[in-house]
Design a protein around this ligand. Structure first.
Ligand SMILES: Nc1ncnc2c1ncn2[C@@H]1O[C@H](COP(=O)(O)OP(=O)(O)OP(=O)(O)O)[C@@H](O)[C@H]1O
Length: 261
């Protein structure tokens, strides 16, 4: 199996906050990694390090067999990224924005525009293509980001909460799209809090808790080792959180001005 990504002893600290403690991870071609963990566990930080957007970490990161520390940025041409919070250029139309992104990846202008229009049309966005992104709904913006990440035919795709704001029909398309991309040899690194989707689409799940990998395996492997039925329940167990009902009840009591238990 071809290894496309390797993290060795990766650590990251912001002042006195040790966010990543020691991450070791090998990712192989065609895998769909569901990268999950509680809020603040360090998922986005890991992604940003691999993407070369964060400096000051320890350890080594290898993408497509080459260390990224040695200033080699060529690997970025083969990477796609859907960020969690994107600065989309609001004043541009989708056509202008996507053509610009395509050109940044070295595509020809006309080719980028045609491909962007074809992809947007598949997502039902043909009529909005020449309208400004500032007029878009959240789900429409999200579709632009997904198209932007795929335009240059990347081999390794990072998605941070990609289904955010998408309606049920679009969610189904994106789920099938990721499976199809992986079946054709692309590697997907998928970070999300929507456990039932992660459970369905990932063939490998990596759980990050307090900056360390707490579990790594297929859903079936995780299920066998924890005896819980769903990824949501496994997540709650492995992150040491089983008091959701009590917390919810306490909150309702607080809202309604009643005594705590
Ligand atoms: N630029 C930064 N400066 C200082 N601290 C940061 C910075 N970026 C992230 N952190 C801290 O690092 C920790 C991990 O953040 P990160 O965004 O990686 O978590 P996450 O797992 O992606 O969380 P979420 O599920 O909420 O998106 C948090 O405590 C956060 O406050």
């Amino acid at each position: 199996m071809e290894r496309v990504l390797r993290l060795q002893d990766v650590k990251m600290r912001f002042l006195d906050n040790q966010v990543l403690k020691r991450i070791n991870l090998d990712v192989y071609r065609g895998q769909i990694i569901g990268y999950i963990g509680p809020n603040g566990a360090g998922k986005s930080t890991t992604l940003k390090i691999i993407l070369g957007l964060l400096e000051g970490y320890e350890g080594t990161v290898e993408v497509f067999g080459k260390k990224i520390e040695i200033g080699n940025v060529d690997y970025k041409r083969k990477i796609g990224y859907v960020p969690e919070n994107a600065e989309v250029y609001d004043m541009l139309t989708a056509s202008e924005y996507l053509t610009f992104v395509g050109e940044m990846y070295g595509m020809d202008r006309k080719q980028a525009e045609n491909k962007a229009l074809a992809l947007m049309t598949e997502l039902g966005m043909e009529s909005a293509f020449y309208e400004r992104i500032s007029s878009y709904s959240k789900g429409m913006r999200q579709r632009v980001l997904i198209v932007a990440s795929l335009l240059h035919d990347p081999d390794l795709i990072f998605l941070d909460e990609p289904l955010s704001g998408l309606d049920a029909n679009s969610v189904m398309i994106i789920k099938d799209l990721l499976a199809e991309l992986a079946a054709r040899g692309k590697t997907i690194f998928y970070s999300s809090h929507i456990m039932d989707v992660v459970e369905k689409i990932s063939n490998r799940i990596v759980l990050l808790v307090d900056g360390e990998i707490a579990a790594d395996g297929s859903f079936d492997e995780l299920k066998n080792s924890s005896e819980k039925g769903s990824l949501e329940a496994i997540f709650n167990q492995l992150t040491g959180f089983e008091s959701h009902q009590e917390t919810a009840e306490n909150m309702v009591n607080l809202v309604m001005g009643e005594e705590q238990k």
